[in-house]
Design a protein around this ligand. Structure first.
Ligand SMILES: Nc1nc2c(ncn2[C@@H]2O[C@H](COP(=O)(O)OP(=O)(O)OP(=O)(O)O)[C@@H](O)[C@H]2O)c(=O)[nH]1
Ligand SMILES: [Mg+2]
Ligand SMILES: [Zn+2]
Length: 380
């Protein structure tokens, strides 16, 4: 894969003097700014203990890629390898993710600066564990392919998680060239699954519709493309970059399934100055949190439910049920309402699991504290 940093890596090298220290503070700030550094992160960094102690020689950096525990970060010195400091593994604050601004001492990541947004999911496996897919993102593009991939229920799930992330969601319907006459139907279904959300329709190989990305491709803004494997995420980024920076591979013809061509998450700076994160395809996403996201992604349903005659209406056979009326006249598609209930149940169960997990961790911690105190009791 060809890297897109070359412009910045070069300027980073120019900024280094003999000792490897940045030579010009403004230039350095420019480099960090190219990766999205702003006054809010600067304030977070200035407030952290590491930064206040000059003897520690800490510096801020952004995680630009992560692959099987290997991190790459960009600091004022350019791009280099980094790894979390040992204590990060057993502290409860979580591990760095791509897009994070972190505090480094040498190659060791000491801490994560507060995030302005994070797109999370329940990690694969049985453990109750958060996986941050992308951090500090401004706009999340949720990409669907207008072939076998298109699924309004999946759009609703992704949208819920995008709202939960606090980034701005935009829907991308790619492969308009294969949609044929069904295009208006796809667009209508997508709009019903994502009320009020901007929908961009594109055909990546010919770059048709790709100009609609322009208002988002602003310098210093961080963008991410999410969607199933094979929907054309990397192809779209290549069109935006005007160069083949990411590898792409044909989907399986029988069912349009992708071949998981992109295998790691990576931030690149596009010629427009926007910072783009390509991600491996994700088909199934289990919620992490989600209760707030649901309120936003299903605002139409939540608003309608407030019109029911009874405030505790179960939307069954009660008289004056606004939801039942909306389902009957098709204002709210039945499958959408079912998905809303399903996601609410999933978010609720997930919260219970997280609470239980936190309670168990707290119990363990208290047990250790009591044991420690009892062991050292004779000394007090
Ligand atoms: N017909 C058509 N094919 C497209 C379009 N966009 C992408 N493709 C093709 O779809 C295949 C998969 O594209 P990729 O860009 O690799 O898909 P991806 O979403 O990055 O897939 P992963 O990296 O596996 O997650 C490639 O053969 C692309 O040429 C489109 O708009 N129309
Ligand atoms: Mg890809
Ligand atoms: Zn009701």
């Amino acid at each position: 894969m060809i890297k897109c940093y070359s412009v910045f890596a070069g300027s980073a090298r120019r900024q280094r003097n003999e000792s490897g220290a940045p030579s010009d503070r403004n230039q350095v700030t420019d480099l960090l700014r190219a990766f999205g550094w702003d006054s809010a992160f600067e304030a977070h960094y200035a407030a952290c203990a590491d930064a206040r102690d000059p003897s520690l020689q800490s510096e801020p950096g952004r995680v630009v890629s992560q692959h099987k525990g290997e991190y790459r970060v960009v600091t004022a010195r350019g791009e280099s390898a980094a790894e979390p400091a040992g204590r990060m593994y057993y502290e409860d604050a979580g591990m760095p993710a791509v897009g994070d601004w972190v505090v480094l001492r040498g190659p060791l990541i000491q801490s994560i600066l507060p995030r302005k947004s994070k797109f999370s999911r329940q990690a694969a496996g049985t453990k109750t564990e958060e996986q941050v897919v992308a951090a500090n993102v401004d706009t999340v593009f949720l990409v669907s392919g207008l072939d076998h991939d298109f699924n309004p229920r999946r759009i609703e799930r992704f949208l819920t998680m995008a709202y939960e992330s606090r980034a701005q969601p935009v829907l991308v319907l790619n492969k308009t060239d294969v949609a044929g006459e069904r295009l208006p139907e796809f667009v209508r279904d997508a709009e019903r699954s994502a009320p009020g959300v901007t929908v961009i329709a594109t055909s990546a190989p010919s770059a048709e519709g790709v100009e609609a990305f322009a208002p988002y491709l602003l310098p210093g803004r961080t963008l991410v493309l999410l969607g199933s494997s094979g929907v054309g995420k990397s192809t779209l980024i290549n069109r935006m970059a005007g160069a083949e920076i990411f590898e792409t591979r044909a989907v399986r013809e029988s069912d349009s399934r992708g071949r998981h061509t992109t295998t790691s998450r990576q931030l690149v700076v596009l010629p427009s100055g926007a910072i783009m994160l390509d991600t491996p395809g994700m088909r199934e996403l289990q919620l992490w949190g989600g209760e707030e996201g649901i309120q936003q992604s299903f605002e139409d349903i939540e608003t309608k439910a407030r019109e029911c005659f009874f405030s505790d209406c179960t939307h069954g056979s009660e008289p004056g049920c606004a939801i039942a009326n909306a389902l009957l006249d098709g204002t709210i598609p039945t499958a959408r309402f079912e998905n809303y209930l399903k996601l609410r149940r999933e978010a609720h169960r997930q919260r219970l699991r997280v609470d239980q997990h936190a309670a168990q961790a707290e119990k363990k911690k208290l047990k250790q504290l009591f044991r420690g105190f009892n062991r050292g009791k004779h000394r007090w």
